[in-house]
Design a protein around this ligand. Sequence first.
Ligand code: AMP
Length: 284
Amino acid sequence: MEILTSPGAMRAWSREQRVLGKKIALVPTMGFFHQGHLSLMRMAARHGDAVVVSLFVNPIQFGPNEDLDRYPRSFTKDCELAGQEGVAVVFAPEAADMYPAGFQTTVSVEQLSRSLCGADRPGHFNGVTTVVSKLFHLVQPDMAVFGQKDFQQLSIIRRMVRDLDMGIEILAHPIVREPDGLAMSSRNVYLNEQQRRSALSLSGGIALARSLYTDGLLDTAVLKEKVREHILSYPGTAVDYISFVDRSSLEPVDRADQETLLALAVSIDGRVRLIDNGLLVGTG
Ligand code: AMP
């Protein structure tokens, strides 16, 4: 496996592969790999001939009071894990090379970026779409894999690819969970034992909404209150948002149906912000 840090070297490698007729599959990440990341790499390997994993903690998608400085990092271990998955290249650029002095161009997907996490984290998704565009230009992949854990991000990337004719196939991987239901996340490492128990309020809230929906409760205002009560019954939890939205438009819906997605963001002890989501008819 090669480890490339220079954008120029990355571009040159991809050019060679494309001349050889290889289909490149990209998995963009911020590192500190868990089974979720590794599952995305396996999916990429099933669909492409050569897998590139980008590992970049993207400063422009973090707000001023967010966790950029303490975001967990483990570069050596990550490279080892990627190597075991048969990844061809880990691309780990420096922030100064991605955003040299004078950098001022951004990509913005207007409407889809406003709701849910976009409302709580102004500028976050512009940071994401800008870095993903840059990665697409540097890596020139035929396809890229994203996790449904970040459902809004996935919708925004799909829209961007369509709107800007990027011609890259976007593959979605279902949410990978711990045995007790907690969605895997690099940020779970922040949780102490008590907070780890409270983190189950998210998957528990989704399970509750699903069972109430299956029993015929369709009014999302009522569902929302039930989910809120459930989440707040765990110590230290505060709700950032509970939203029942249409899975395609991400617009809120009053009456739940099989297209309805429940998206949640919960802060624990005001320190760790976790997200989760699920379709009301789903299981993942
Ligand atoms: P991150 O390193 O957290 O930016 O995540 C990199 C990619 O992995 C994104 O496409 C995420 O949606 C995806 N991902 C992270 N956690 C999970 C998970 N538990 N299940 C599925 N995909 C995930």
